[in-house]
Design a protein around this ligand. Structure first.
Ligand code: SF4
Ligand code: SF4
Length: 300
């Protein structure tokens, strides 16, 4: 089987950090090139073609990490010149590639599959050969945990591309299982995760918090239970009256997960596995129907 060829375009400290971490995690033999673009470019650029590298290797997948604003328009041009049909542009800052610019980038190369995971550790397979091959190992964290009251062994099945999942796996071993979910979130902040602490206007939460929710979800799913979750009271939920405010505002729903769904009685139900416990839905529910509960929630 041939090795996927990955060409990386990087800018700034976030870009270099991801590149180093991918190399450390065994991607070195797949990297056919690395182009570092200046990190002091203006957000709005008229003639971005001048930044297209003169030599572009043949590639299957383009990773563009840390590029900010209009300079991202070079990415589809580079993809076309390299022959790549798959592109990942991870988002770590709300202003990095706003939705209008994302559309422009996609429309400039309709034959190329471009995804914008927000954050990078929310990447899952999307039905594209090369993005999916990458996402088998890197993206939304997935763990296997052996425990007997204490966490005995943690195996990383899929790691966040920054490498934080490996760090968290090592550092939750030995903890009581009930503490693992909370501690995984704390350890991500220690790592540290480089995602932005500015609230993203599309998601309604910070991208750093979203990264924490993905990590905690991996721990909860591997253990088979959550210790905390927002819970809807079916006695008072008036979903047909309220325009589904909890669904509209849940940051996890905004990035594509089924964290809040309607049941067959058209009432909201929250999934403890992916609930990040941000409490936004509690503030937004006009009927006061949601509360935070601390108990053991089984997860299928
Ligand atoms: S929980 Fe509140 S916001 Fe959500 S559907 Fe029910 S009434 Fe609406
Ligand atoms: S607390 Fe509410 S808004 Fe926040 S992640 Fe959980 S369900 Fe979504």
């Amino acid at each position: 089987m041939s090795i996927m060829k990955i060409y990386i375009i990087s800018s700034g400290s976030y870009g270099s950090r991801i590149v180093n971490s991918l190399a450390e995690m065994g991607l070195a033999s797949s990297m056919v090139g690395l182009e570092e673009l200046p990190d002091d470019l203006p957000e709005f650029i008229d003639e971005f073609e001048q930044y297209v590298p003169s030599h572009i290797p043949q590639a299957d997948l383009i990773l563009a990490v840390g590029l900010y604003g209009d300079i991202n328009m070079v990415v589809p041009i580079i993809a076309q010149k390299s022959g790549a049909k798959s592109v990942i542009i991870p988002l770590h800052d709300p202003a990095q590639v706003p939705p209008g610019l994302q559309r422009e980038i996609e429309e400039s190369a309709p034959e190329v599959k471009i995804v914008f995971p927000k954050p990078f550790c929310a990447l899952l397979p999307v039905g594209d050969k090369y993005i999916d091959e990458f996402a088998e190992k890197f993206g939304k964290p997935e763990l296997e945990i052996d425990y007997n009251g204490l966490i005995r062994k943690v195996k990383v099945l899929r790691t966040a591309p920054c490498g934080s999942t490996n760090y968290i796996a090592e550092n939750i071993e030995g903890l009581p299982v009930e503490e693992a979910e909370l501690e995984a979130g704390n350890k991500l902040h220690n790592y540290p995760c480089n995602a932005s602490m500015t609230t993203d206007p599309v998601v309604g939460d910070t991208i750093l918090h979203l990264a924490g929710y993905q990590t905690k979800e991996a721990v909860k799913r591997a253990l088979g239970f959550a210790m905390r979750s927002a819970v809807v009271d079916p006695e008072t939920c008036e979903a047909d009256e309220c325009q589904h405010e909890c669904i509209k505002h849940c940051p996890q729903v905004q990035i594509g997960w089924d964290t809040v769904k309607l049941n067959d009685k058209e009432q909201a139900v929250i999934d403890p596995a992916s609930c990040g416990c941000c409490e936004i839905c509690i503030k937004e529910c006009p009927y006061g129907s949601i509360e935070m509960e601390e108990k053991k929630f089984p997860i299928e």
